[in-house]
Design a protein around this ligand. Structure first.
Ligand code: ADP
Length: 361
C-alpha cells in the first residue's frame, strides 16, 4: 500500500524553482532515506510532506488522501530535526509527555508510552533530569522519545544525528531501526551521509539540484547506478569514471585498448553509440608490477592509507585511476599495470550520462 505519494511536485521560492516536478511513491511502513549533497532539496521535500512548506504545484497524498493543502497539525506526522529544541525548564519525562498531555491522551496511556520510550532509548535513569544536565547524545534521544510517543503513522527525520559523534551515531541508528521494527511507521530520513543512507534505508532516494537521480535499494544504487551522478556519489573512494570509445570491438582508453568479454561485445554491438563514460570501482581494479593480458600501463602518483588497505592513485597519458591494494608496495613514479575486472564495469552514455545497462541483466 502506498503511504506517501508525490505527484509532479515543484517548489519555488520567489522566481527560483528548487524542486522540479518530483514524482515519488513510498510504501506504507517503508524506511526511505533522502540522500544528496547539501542544498539539493532534501529538507524542502521533507518539509512539504510535513506541511511545514507549501507546495507550489503538484499533489501530495498520504494514505491515498490528497493532503496538498491540509495544514500540518492535521497530518499524522512526527518529526525530529537536527536542531531539536527541548523545553529547558522541564524534566526529561515532562519534555517527552508534554504533547500527549496537551492532546488529552489518557493518563495511563501516557505512562505506558513514556516508560516504553524511556526503556527503548536507555533514558529511564535520566527521566527526572533537566536537559542542561544531559549529554548531547542523551538530549538527542529525548527528542527521539518525544517523537515516538506520538505513535504517528509517518516519522520524518531531518539529519537528526548530525550533532553526535561517530560511536553515538552508530548506536542511535540501531535504536532507530529498533523503533521502526516495533512501530512500522512510514519513515523518511534525510542525510548527506551515504553510510547512514546505506545502513538505514530499505530504499534510497538520491537527489541532486532539486531532482531525483535514482530510487533504489542500497544494493541497487551501489551495484547498478542509473547515471554518472549516482555512480560518483555512492562509494568511497569514488568510482573511477573516464571517457572511452568503442572502436573495432575494443574499448579505447586514451591510446590503450581494453578487451571486453563476449557478453559485453555482443551487447555493445547493438548500440550505434561510440562514445561512453566507463565506470569501475577502485576495488575492481588490480595493480601489478608486471604486465598481464589486457592490463593497462600506468604510473603511480600517490598512495593513501585507508586502514585496512591502500588507495593507489595512478595515471596513464590521458586518464587517472584509483585502485585498492592490500599492500603498501607503491611509490610515486613507479611503473604499474592495472587490470580491470571486466565483469564489474559500467558504461554510461557520454551525452545523457545515463547507464546503458548490462548484458544478461
Ligand atoms: P538540503 O536539505 O538538501 O540541504 P534544502 O532543501 O534545505 O537542501 O534547500 C534546497 C534549496 O532551496 C537550496 O538552494 C536552498 O538555498 C533553497 N531554500 C531553502 N529554503 C529556502 C527559503 N526559505 N527561501 C529561499 N530559498 C530556500
Amino acid at each position: 500500500m502506498t503511504g506517501i505519494k508525490l505527484e509532479n511536485v515543484s517548489k519555488s521560492y520567489g522566481n527560483t524553482e528548487v524542486i522540479h516536478e518530483m514524482d515519488l511513491e513510498i510504501n506504507a511502513g517503508e524506511r526511505v532515506v533522502f540522500l544528496g549533497p547539501s542544498g539539493c532539496g532534501k529538507s524542502t521535500t521533507l518539509r512539504m510532506i510535513a506541511g511545514l512548506e507549501s507546495i507550489t504545484s503538484g499533489k501530495l497524498y498520504l494514505d491515498g488522501e490528497d493532503v496538498t493543502n491540509l495544514e500540518s497539525g492535521k497530518r499524522d506526522i512526527a518529526m525530529v530535526f537536527q536542531n531539536y529544541a527541548l523545553y529547558p525548564n522541564m524534566t526529561v519525562k515532562d519534555n517527552i509527555t508534554f504533547a500527549l498531555k496537551a492532546n488529552k491522551v489518557e493518563k495511563k496511556e501516557i505512562e505506558r508510552r513514556l516508560h516504553k520510550a524511556l526503556e527503548m532509548l536507555d533514558l529511564t535513569q535520566y527521566q527526572d533530569r533537566l536537559p542542561k544536565d544531559l549529554s548531547g547524545g542523551q538530549r538527542q534521544r529525548v527528542a527521539l522519545a518525544r517523537a515516538i510517543v506520538k505513535r504517528s503513522k509517518y516519522f520524518l527525520l531531518d539529519e537528526p544525528l548530525s550533532n553526535l559523534d561517530v560511536t553515538l551515531r552508530q548506536s542511535a541508528r540501531n535504536q532507530l531501526i529498533d523503533i521502526h521494527d516495533e512501530y512500522h511507521q512510514t519513515f523518511i530520513y534525510v542525510t548527506h551521509d551515504q553510510v547512514e543512507a546505506m545502513t538505514l534505508g530499505h530504499r534510497i532516494v538520491l537527489m541532486n539540484k532539486g531532482k531525483i537521480q535514482m530510487v533504489g535499494t542500497p544494493e541497487e544504487v551501489y551495484n547498478q547506478p542509473k547515471n554518472v551522478f549516482t555512480a560518483s556519489f555512492i562509494g568511497t573512494p569514488k568510482m573511477n569514471l573516464q571517457p572511452v570509445s568503442w572502436r573495432d570491438n575494443h574499448l579505447l582508453i586514451g591510446s590503450q585498448e581494453l578487451e571486453l568479454n563476449h557478453d559485453w561485445l555482443q551487447y555493445l554491438n547493438d548500440f550505434s553509440e561510440k562514445d561512453y563514460i566507463i565506470g569501475i570501482r577502485p576495488e575492481h581494479i588490480s595493480i601489478s608490477k608486471e604486465p598481464s593480458e589486457n592490463s593497462i600501463h600506468a604510473v603511480v602518483k600517490m598512495t593513501e592509507n585507508l586502514g585496512p588497505n591502500y588507495a593507489v592513485y595512478v595515471e596513464t597519458k590521458s586518464t587517472e585511476w584509483v585502485v585498492i591494494s592490500s599492500i603498501r608496495d607503491w611509490e610515486k613514479g613507479d611503473t604499474a599495470h592495472i587490470h580491470f575486472d571486466v565483469n564489474k564495469i559500467h558504461l554510461f552514455n557520454k551525452t545523457t550520462e545515463e547507464n546503458i545497462g548490462y548484458p544478461n541483466k
